[in-house]
Ligand binder design. Structure first.
Ligand SMILES: Cc1cc2nc3c(=O)[nH]c(=O)nc-3n(C[C@H](O)[C@H](O)[C@H](O)COP(=O)(O)OP(=O)(O)OC[C@H]3O[C@@H](n4cnc5c(N)ncnc54)[C@H](O)[C@@H]3O)c2cc1C
Length: 331
């Protein structure tokens, strides 16, 4: 939060009635006890997955600056680490890789902070953060501490219990992770194996560098072109629906989910609907990856919302499938 502007990777200029930044659980509890956390409030991380619909948020914006990465236990094969919600996610991945701990490397370079990673269940290249989380520590809006075990977090694809409206009373303060000390790579996703084909040996730093290289070649840098990563989640459809579409589009890509369901890439449908690279006002569908919406420079939140609605409408009319935003819309 600089000069009253709420950080957000769409590059929208948004202010709030009140900004509260805290550096410890005690400081947060103090704000709550002093009645400073008034409704409505919004807890933000790095603003990498937020779409502010208006130029001012008429409420309190909270942000954690709780730092620290502390090993709480370890044995020959595993290490348990407690990380402050305000740590930058990729700094944590970098730390794990430098320590020789396996598990987080495929999640390299995902923007944002550790607290939000547990809310969003971030994922990339065949790994989701839920695979590493053991528990999530929170303070609620009354100042009470509650620890959620991983099994209580209802993790699913880009989803968790913390995304439910009634759970917005919980502010994540620390996330506890389990990493492996035993070599275990996940390389069968995307082009990782191809990129590593000529490497004499596969090491943790090399896998991290490879993921970073792949991501940098595909994703727009928010400093250059405002965006929030994938704007939509990939819809999961029944096998009957998938088969009827496949008859029409034999080259349609898809991912297996379970015996009854298949996931269809939303970006492919958006491209088929003719939106790739197309602009509406000051917002556009990214020309290299149709799943990403970008701010061409002077877009407002309303411009991006209008574009997303137009894209959704055309996908429904062509494929009969509703696509839903992954990005959090903020009123
Ligand atoms: C270029 C780019 C690439 C991306 N690639 C990926 C990717 O590969 N995979 C992926 O999963 N995501 C990706 N994203 C999305 C984004 O990085 C993640 O959603 C990330 O977790 C957002 O972190 P943040 O700290 O910015 O959270 P914010 O965007 O600020 O907040 C996200 C949500 O978490 C809540 N929240 C944040 N902190 C707390 C807290 N301490 N307590 C309670 N609630 C909180 C917010 O209220 C909001 O609902 C990408 C984004 C960009 C811009």
């Amino acid at each position: 939060m600089d000069n009253g502007i709420i950080k957000n990777t769409f590059g929208l200029k948004v202010t709030a009635a009140q900004l509260l930044e805290y550096h410890s659980e005690e400081e947060l509890i103090g704000f709550i006890a002093a009645g400073k956390v008034k409704t409505p409030y919004l807890h933000v991380g790095g603003g990498c997955n937020l779409l502010f619909m208006h130029e001012r948020y008429e409420g309190t914006v909270l942000h954690s600056q709780i730092k620290g990465m502390e090993v709480t236990a370890e044995n020959d094969s595993e290490v348990f680490i407690r990380v402050g919600a305000g740590e930058v996610w990729d700094d944590f991945v970098d730390y794990c890789v430098s320590q020789g701990w396996y598990g987080a490397e495929n999640l390299s370079l995902i923007p944002g902070e550790v607290g939000a990673s547990a809310v969003q269940n971030i994922g990339a290249y065949g790994v989701e953060v839920k695979d590493l989380i053991t528990s999530v520590e929170t303070i609620d809006n009354k100042g009470q501490k509650r620890v959620f075990q991983q099994s209580e977090c209802a993790y699913a694809y880009r989803d968790s219990v913390f995304k439910r409206p009634e759970m917005k009373i919980y502010f994540v303060t620390y996330v506890n992770f389990k990493l492996s000390k035993v070599v275990q790579f996940k390389l069968d996703y995307g082009t990782i194996r191809k990129e590593l084909a000529d490497a004499p040996s596969v090491t943790l730093p090399l896998v991290r560098q490879t993921i970073i290289k792949i991501r940098q070649s595909k994703l727009p840098d928010p400093q250059v072109l405002g965006n929030a990563g994938s704007f939509f989640t990939n819809p999961i459809v029944t096998r009957e629906k998938w088969q009827s579409l496949l008859a029409q589009y034999p080259n349609m890509p898809y991912y297996e989910v379970d015996e009854q369901h298949v996931k269809i890439p939303a970006g492919w449908m958006i491209e088929q609907a003719g939106w790739k690279g197309k602009a509406l006002g000051h917002a556009a569908v990214y020309d290299k990856q149709a799943l990403i919406l970008v701010n061409l420079g002077n877009a407002t939140g309303a411009d991006i919302v209008a574009l997303s609605e137009a894209v959704c409408r055309d996908v429904v009319s062509q494929f009969g499938i509703e696509i839903h935003p992954e990005v959090n819309f903020i009123e």
